[in-house]
Design a protein around this ligand. Structure first.
Ligand SMILES: [Mg+2]
Length: 313
């Protein structure tokens, strides 16, 4: 007998009242024949986290991704065309001494063109790992679990909607596609296999694939971005976290509310849609440690009235 995950049991329980209403409960195995129908109850809440429902189930997510990648390809092809016509083009990688409040961009010169992509929930959807999360209560990040996923899940991913065709357009324009990910360097072969298997082409470690531990230790992506920008004119970057564009967005000293304000208003963010292309990811990010005080101002909290006829709590 196949062992069913907790999700399956919860889902079945959620559906039972509906089946009873439809008169099916007594006919599925005959055991209910002659019994009174079960009372009508509201179906239980869908046990799948809304974040994963949106990411994997919504056409809205798919359409936004397609539009983002299409806009990116248009932007990159136009920039490369301007360069071919002799115009100076700025790198999408912030200059080393620049800040989010005073961003600066170096000229590309005649370096070959490239674009930089984050991998997880930017180039690929981690469908297998997200299924595991959906069926185990959406647990907090666990580095050991994630390492097992990196090592063994390469064939259980999907490409982000619309990305394959956008990459083909950019590659046809002579632009090199580089991936910069915080997947671990020791699993470089598996990362490349996931990208290849998703139909996104070849990624060569140290050339077009940079991972945690490459160039410098730690999860900061700036050193890897600088190494890529030293060789290429980086026309655009894509990511699902602002840290995919500049490490300065990952200031852990900021509260979630303060970081939201900073991300939304710092001048560097004006590059979103203009060299920085941001994917929506409601499943995880530097904001997911927020508490009620980060999200809901004290003067905007609704003290829901007790419904008429309901005993006071
Ligand atoms: Mg990502």
């Amino acid at each position: 007998m196949t062992r069913r995950p907790p999700w399956s049991a919860a889902r079945s329980a959620a559906l039972l009242p509906l089946l009873a209403v439809a008169g099916c409960a007594g006919t599925m195995d005959g055991a209910g024949a002659g019994r009174a129908p079960a009372p009508v109850e509201a179906a239980q809440e869908n046990p799948i986290p809304k974040s994963l429902l949106w990411l994997h189930g919504s056409g809205e997510a798919a359409l936004l991704a397609r539009r983002t990648f299409s806009d990116m390809a248009d932007y990159v092809v136009a920039a490369e065309r301007r360069r071919a016509g002799g115009a100076a083009v700025e790198s999408a990688v912030m200059a080393p001494s620049a800040t989010l409040d005073a961003p600066r961009w170096t000229e590309c010169g005649s370096k070959p063109a490239a674009v930089i992509f984050d991998v997880d929930e930017t180039a690929i959807l981690n469908t297998g790992a997200n299924y595991d999360a959906a069926t185990h209560g959406d647990p907090p990040f666990d580095a050991a679990r994630w390492a097992r996923w990196e090592e063994g899940g390469a064939d259980l991913v999907e490409p982000m909607p619309g990305l394959a065709s956008a990459l083909a357009t950019m590659r046809a324009a002579g632009v090199t596609v580089v991936f910069n990910s915080n997947r671990e360097a020791r699993f470089a072969a598996q990362a490349a296999a996931a990208i290849r298997g998703a139909g996104l082409g070849e990624a060569v470690h140290g050339e077009t694939l940079f991972l945690r531990g490459d160039i410098a230790p730690g999860s900061g992506k700036d050193p890897r971005r600088a190494a890529i920008a030293a060789r290429y004119c980086v026309l655009a970057m894509a990511g699902d976290q602002m840290g995919d564009f500049a490490d300065a967005y990952n200031d852990r000293a900021l509260s979630v509310a303060a970081r939201r304000q900073r991300v939304a208003t710092a001048p560097a963010g004006e590059r979103i849609g203009r060299g920085w292309f941001l994917l929506a990811n409601p499943a995880y990010g530097p904001w997911d440690r927020g508490g009620l005080d980060d999200l809901f101002p004290a003067d905007r909290r609704w003290p829901r009235p007790v419904a008429p006829g309901t005993p006071a709590p």
